[in-house]
Design a binder for this molecule. Structure first.
Ligand code: 5RP
Length: 280
């Protein structure tokens, strides 16, 4: 008999296969591969197409886990800082696929549950399009509803002061993530940093704002962009696990190509075996 865990794995797999079907074109050359348990199926889906499909592609990992996935699958790999230059600029990735910890109705994301958020953001913003893959548990109306904390990558030396600043911003009990059970002491990222998990009240989106609610953190109630701007000013914060703003399709119209953090679409594997696609 199939367990609940089997159903969730099947949901992730279906979402990943559909996302690859829809967004990985045979002409693509550079493809970002994110971190976590769902991207395992993204790599599976790519491999299932056979070498004639993927041998002209190079895959860019977001950390040591995805490096391992790419290498084990026998795909071509290069690190984000090793991409060839075209016209003096590092080549843009055609598309990047990654998981998410929570996705709101505007396609803002929380990421970093697996401690890879900094390289994940680097790769997502280097891509013309970013596509999120997840199971239905990650779908939410507002961030910090189901996934209650924002993962924040910090310089270890700065951790006590970052924790103090987070408390003054209304995060009641931010904490440095432990490496237990597999590692004694702190969770150390691929970049030699630590992760702070900071709980916040559900994050507002622009349509929630009113004259009575400005989203500037009164009573700990924040709008995503406003909170992100404040967090990124804190010395010692290297990157935050909020992916927000605009997506790769909107970037050109804004004159902000290769700065997009939001996915153009999120693929959710649902309990009934269907895949639900949330488009921008
Ligand atoms: C790692 C991440 C992952 O993409 C996120 O945690 C989702 O993981 P999973 O696919 O295992 O649910 O952000 O830092």
């Amino acid at each position: 008999m199939e367990s609940a865990a089997d159903h969730i794995e099947m949901a992730k797999k279906k979402a990943a296969y559909r996302a690859v079907d829809d967004y990985l074109l045979p002409s693509y050359k550079f493809v970002g591969i994110g971190s976590g348990s769902t991207v395992v199926y993204v790599v599976d889906a790519i491999v299932s197409r056979g070498p004639e499909f993927y041998s002209g592609m190079t895959f860019i990992p977001t950390g040591s886990q995805s490096k391992g996935l790419i290498k084990t699958a026998g795909l071509n790999m290069c690190y984000v800082d090793e991409r060839p230059f075209i016209n003096g600029q590092p080549v843009a990735l055609d598309v990047a696929f990654d998981g998410a910890d929570e996705v709101d109705e505007d396609l803002n994301l929380i990421k970093g549950g697996g401690a890879c958020l900094f390289q994940e953001k680097l790769v997502a913003t280097a891509a013309r399009k970013f596509v999120a893959v997840a199971d239905s548990r990650k779908k939410s109306l507002r961030l910090c509803t189901k996934w209650k904390t924002i993962p924040i990558e910090v310089l270890p030396l700065a951790a006590p002061d970052v924790l103090r600043r987070l408390r003054t911003m209304g995060s009641p009990s931010p904490a440095v993530r432990s490496g237990l059970p597999s590692k004694a002491g702190e969770c150390v990222t691929d970049n030699g940093m630590w992760i702070i998990d900071a709980p916040f009240s559900p994050l507002l989106i622009p349509e929630d704002l009113s004259s009575a609610e400005d989203g500037k953190g009164r009573d700990g109630s924040w709008e995503i962009q406003t909170l992100a701007d404040e967090l990124l000013k804190v010395p010692g914060i290297v990157e935050i696990g909020l992916f927000y703003g605009f997506n790769g399709s909107q970037a050109a119209g804004l004159g902000k190509e290769l700065q997009a953090q939001k996915p153009v679409a999120a693929y959710f594997g649902m309990p009934d075996g269907q895949v639900q696609v949330q488009n921008a």
